[in-house]
Design a protein around this ligand. Sequence first.
Ligand code: F6R
Length: 262
Amino acid sequence: MEIIIKTDYEAACEEAARIILRAWKKRKSLVLGLATGRTPLGLYEKLISLHKKGEMDFSNVIAFSLDEYFGLDETHPQSFARYMDDHLYRHINIRPENIHRLSGRPAEIEEHCRAYERKIRSVGGIDIQVLGIGKNGHIGFNEPGSSLTSRTRLKSLTRETVEANAPLFKEEGEVPRFSLTMGIGTILESRMILLLASGEDKADAVARAAEGPLTAFVPASVLQLHPQAKCILDEEAASRLALKDYYRWTYENKEKFLARLT
Ligand code: F6R
């Protein structure tokens, strides 16, 4: 895992957007896997701004949602479909046919999940998967205990996650207990992973994911196995990393080292 520590949330989002822009520039197309939640909001703002400035064209970008609450319609204000439309898709020129989502109300759950995996494969796989991290170390809705080789499927949410989401819903009975999520095995097949984390409340999960043992108990720790996983953090999220000075030094000197080698 490459750990990139930025001074604040804004700079972390800037860095993630820069990586995505650089990848897009190589081929003028890109397959993205996209997370929802509080964390990637700043990144999506940066992508919208790149588009508005004419620096990034999304007409050949294909996007896959990472997950969706089970039981919610696409139009529900808390659905991830609505989130992606509101915070990214309707501000850029992505083609509707290039937007892929997991349905919160699939006719047949297992077939829907299999079809999603087939769709990802049919476009050649995901180039960059954007992730946030839960305080319990979850990625997507792969909660602690998820199989490290899991595929897209229905997943029950932990009490902690249900409680964290509850304030967003008007009625208690509305709060989702299940989700559809890309599996950990699905996520690991992406060519690059960008995990963003911000704030002190994520510091413990980040330290356990990056420096703790590889364990299904901390699903994000599986990113230690990925050859192109970048963890982009602000100072608070990085505060409990034992090797943070080393990561900072390596990142700051990376360009210099590479120049010397070529
Ligand atoms: C969202 C998702 C979740 C979040 C995680 C962090 O699509 O899959 O894993 O990334 O719960 O959420 P925030 O960013 O709201 O702290």
